[in-house]
Design a protein around this ligand. Sequence first.
Ligand code: GAR
Length: 193
Amino acid sequence: MPDKIKIRLAVFASGSGSNAEKLISYFRDHPVIEVALVVSNRPDAYVLKRAERLNVSSVVISPAEWRNPDVIKNIFTQNKIDGIVLAGYLLLIPGYFIRMYPDKILNIHPALLPEYGGKGMYGMHVHRAVIKSGSPKSGITIHLVNEAYDKGRIVFQKSLNILPGETPEGLAKRVQELEHRYYPDVVERYFSQ
Ligand code: GAR
C-alpha cells in the first residue's frame, strides 16, 4: 500500500521516549498506520535520539511556537498528520490544537484515572502518590485528550495489584511493562476503526 494513504500519526514525548520507540517499532511496515513524526518540547529529550536512530522525522516545538496557531497548523499540515499519540508529553495541549484533531489525540497515564491525575501528576510523582496512599491497585489508562489534564474519555485501562513492600521505582517498572505491552495495540485499534 503506498505511504500516502496510510494513517499518519505524530508521537509526542518530552523525555526518554521508551513508549515512542515501542510505537515506532510496532507500526514499522504496518499496512494501515505509520508513525510519521516525533514531536518534543525539549531539544535535549532522549526521544529525539531514538527517532533519529529509527529513521523517523522529528521536530522540537517550543512553548512560544505553540502560542502561534499558524506555525503549528503549518507543521502538521505539511507533515499530513492524521492523529496524535502522547507518550510522556508534559505540556498542556492548547484548545485550538484539540479542535484541529477532535477525538484524534490519545494519551497514556501511568495510573488508574480518575485517581492520581491532573496537573503535576506525571512519571514518578504518580507512583509515589499511589504507594503513599496505600492503594491496593495501580495500572495504566489510555484516554482521549481534552482541554483539562487527564479528564478525556477513557478508552482502555489495565490494572495490576500493588505488591507487599513495593517501592515507587518497582511499581514504575511494572507499570511501564504494561504500557509497552498495551499502548501500540490500543492505538492500532483506536485509529483503525
Ligand atoms: C510514561 O510512563 C507515561 O505514562 C508517563 O510518562 C512516561 C514516559 O515514559 N506520562 C505521564 O505521566 C503523563 N501524565 P517514556 O518516555 O519512557 O515513554
